[in-house]
Ligand binder design. Structure first.
Ligand code: HEM
Length: 393
């Protein structure tokens, strides 16, 4: 937040609490009365901190730092009573909240410390006031308003800085996760390529058909890897997908080829040839299928059946990717497609959220039903080039 915004906010709060020129004059008039007691007030402030390990622990520089902090607090109190509440004043108040986040001090301790300091200041006023009682009341009110305003700004700065830090660290974590997700997407085609290269380098007198077969495999998986990178970087840039008609069966088969099923998993693929072409970005949808297939296999560590079924529905088609695995408990079901959420010990928790985001950007949807112990079915809805008017039940 820039200083103009902060200052504007301070002025708004001044109006709110009824802060006036007269309040400033009344506070300034207490300087002489309070100054002789500053040392005692400040000592009490730090003695109390010393009694609270969670607050004390942020003071890492020992007695020397405490002495320095006492000087800082004295300066803060002097300014408080100075009668000048301009932009610089407010900026320094903001700086307190900001600094407290930096050192890892929880805001509750500032609130408690200010409460104690407030009581100390009021006691000094009451015990040493020699004037009119009504004046004392007005002065106490003015000082309370001022302390409330200071605390509001310190707290505001604290929240603002805290949220900004959290956002920064979440962004960093997200970058890490996305990088991991990309690595994951590329590892499978690279492994296929590696296997074929190994064969070509080491096979004794391979037949020319075999050589051609492996070279074609390499070529196909290089372009699949290339497609993954293009689709992911497009996804990161959030462009409109290039939606072109394509055959879903071919796309499914490519996704299955780059994600070979474990031997313990049986495939049942039901994809009628009569199905209209889907209207979406094939490179992006391949990532969706790959993620769903991998997710299904990971849900069946002991093996099982992966059923991929397509059907025509109103406005497009649906593709079910069903497993007979562990299933998802109802309490997690609404969260499994959230970014960075994973119930697996391994894995990044990005696959399903990428899948959903891609499908939605392609004008489709992704939903899941699951029965714990029986398995899960993820259903992708895609628009088709020539939608049929059927009715979904
Ligand atoms: C009424 C409550 C408080 C006020 C008005 C206050 C005021 C200040 C001020 C003016 C600064 C200097 C900010 C700057 O860098 O410009 C500061 C820093 C700091 N405060 Fe507070 N503070 C309060 C509560 C606390 C509490 C409860 C602790 C608990 C340990 C604490 C520990 C610190 C520390 C460690 C620093 C960093 C000082 C350094 O640079 O060594 N403060 N505070």
């Amino acid at each position: 937040m820039n200083i103009e915004d902060i200052y504007r906010r301070y002025q708004e709060l001044q109006v709110w609490v009824g802060w006036t020129e007269e309040s400033a004059r009344r506070v300034a008039a207490t300087v002489e009365l309070i100054t002789p007691h500053l040392v005692a007030l400040i000592d009490d402030f730090y003695d109390e901190i010393g009694r609270h390990p969670n607050a004390r622990k942020v003071i890492t520089g020992g007695q020397a730092q405490i002495e320095r902090l006492k000087g800082t607090l004295r300066q803060w109190l002097r300014e408080l009573l100075s009668g000048r509440y301009d932009r610089d004043y407010v900026a320094r108040r903001w700086q307190v909240g900001w600094r407290h986040v930096e050192i890892g001090l929880e805001q509750v301790y500032t609130n408690a410390a200010l409460s104690r300091l407030r009581i100390g200041l009021m006691r000094v006023l009451h015990e040493n006031w020699s004037g009119d009682q009504r004046d004392l009341q007005e002065t106490v009110r003015a000082l309370n308003k001022l302390l409330d305003l200071d605390l509001a700004i310190i707290e505001d700065a604290y929240q603002y800085e805290y949220a900004a830090r959290l956002q920064r660290s979440e962004r960093l974590a997200a970058i890490g996760q996305v990088a991991g997700g990309v690595a994951h997407e590329l590892r499978n085609p690279l492994n296929v390529i590696k296997t074929s290269v190994y064969f070509l380098l080491n096979a004794h007198n391979p037949s020319s058909e075999k050589r051609a077969e492996h070279l074609q495999r390499i070529e196909r998986h290089v372009s699949l890897a290339d497609g993954v990178i293009t689709a992911l970087s497009n996804f990161a840039k959030m462009p409109a997908p290039k939606r072109m008609p394509f055959a879903v069966e071919q796309c499914l088969r490519e996704a299955l080829e780059t994600n070979p099923l474990p031997e313990t998993v049986q495939l049942a693929l039901d994809c009628p040839a009569s199905l209209s072409p889907a209207l979406a970005d094939i490179d992006q949808v391949r990532i969706v299928f790959a993620n769903l297939i991998r997710n299904a296999c990971e849900a069946m560590p002991q093996g099982g059946q992966l059923s991929v079924t397509t059907r025509v529905v109103s406005g497009g088609m649906e593709i079910d990717v069903a497993d007979t695995g562990t299933g998802i408990p109802p309490e997690y079901l609404s969260r499994v497609m959230e970014p960075l959420y994973s119930t697996k010990t391994r894995g990044l928790g990005l696959g399903l959220s990428i899948a959903r985001a891609i499908v939605e950007k392609n004008g489709g949807s992704l939903r899941v039903v699951s029965k714990p112990g029986k398995g899960s079915t993820f259903t992708v809805f895609l628009q088709t080039e020539h939608p049929q008017e059927t009715h979904r039940l």
